[in-house]
Ligand binder design. Structure first.
Ligand code: ATP
Length: 265
């Protein structure tokens, strides 16, 4: 098994000193893996990504307990640029692109100043996202949702990451576009050796692409397992994949107060 690249141990995050958003979250991401964080609205997925990427501070939040380690070094409550400098890069939300800049200018804007090989990076990015090359002179404000998502991932790649953090890859995108993006992400992982931590509400998408997944409920890890384990889990099938008899009852209602379980495999 590959080395642990990122580890969260009993992490607690509090917003504005009063709202505890996640409590005792532990997870690990091994080098070269695609790991998914699943969960319903408000489960704490985005907060977890913000804690890792250092963006918590912008929302008046802090890691108040536990640890985040990257390559064995503690990184909780660091500033975003410090985390990015370590090769951990958050893919910006789709509305966080520079709408008045062209696609090429957006990519350029994400290259750290010290980096010299802009053309080399751009060539890699266009290899994985050929549609962006075709659109490189188009203002980003005119891109479709899928093209914006590509630009977000491509912009993150311009920072030469080791670990990509992606929030809601599939949200609001047509199924064919989601499949296309998943293929590209697999290519990026397989050929560039990148590690990916993906937040998804759509379990079908996540379990299609992830090697391992964690299910967050009410700020805690409720379930975890490999793709195969979770795909065969009855509760996941019923409440996340819509393959069961439980009708429209919410997974959250049924999972509340259940102890955490773990599969070793
Ligand atoms: P969603 O998919 O809806 O964003 P999520 O799983 O990503 O859900 P978070 O956004 O991390 O969940 O929210 C976790 C908890 O933290 C929720 O109870 C939410 O209300 C709270 N929270 C999130 N952002 C803030 C904020 N800026 N200030 C106060 N509380 C917040």
């Amino acid at each position: 098994m590959s080395e642990i690249l990122l580890q969260l141990e009993r992490l607690e995050v509090v917003y504005h000193r009063v709202v505890t958003a996640i409590q005792g979250v532990s997870l690990e991401v091994r080098r070269g893996q695609i790991v998914a964080l699943l969960g319903t609205n408000g489960a704490g997925k985005t907060t977890t990504l913000r804690a890792i990427s250092g963006f918590l501070g912008l929302d008046g939040a802090r890691v108040t307990d536990g640890r985040i380690t990257h390559c064995g070094e503690a990184i909780e409550n660091r500033l975003p640029y410090e985390v990015t400098a370590r090769g951990i890069v958050l893919v910006p939300e789709r509305d966080k692109i520079f709408e008045n800049l062209t696609v090429a200018e957006n990519l350029e804007a994400n290259v750290p100043r010290s980096r010299v090989d802009r053309e080399g990076l751009e060539a890699v990015v266009y290899e994985y996202f050929p549609p962006l090359q075709r659109l490189k002179d188009r203002e980003a404000g005119y891109l479709s949702g899928g093209e914006r998502q590509m630009l977000g991932i491509a912009s993150a790649l311009m920072c030469s990451p080791d670990l990509l953090l992606i929030d809601e890859l599939s949200l609001g995108l047509a199924p064919l576009m989601v499949l296309d993006l998943m293929d590209r992400l697999r290519g990026i992982r397989d050929r560039l050796g990148m590690t990916i931590l993906l937040v998804e509400q759509n379990a079908q998408v996540a379990l299609e692409i992830a090697d391992y997944a964690y299910v967050l409920e009410n700020g805690r890890v409720a379930l975890e397992g490999s793709r195969e384990q979770l795909s065969q889990n009855r509760e996941i099938r019923e409440f996340y994949l819509g393959q069961g008899q439980a009708g429209r009852r919410s997974y959250r209602d049924l999972k509340q107060y259940r102890p955490r379980r773990r599969w070793f495999g």
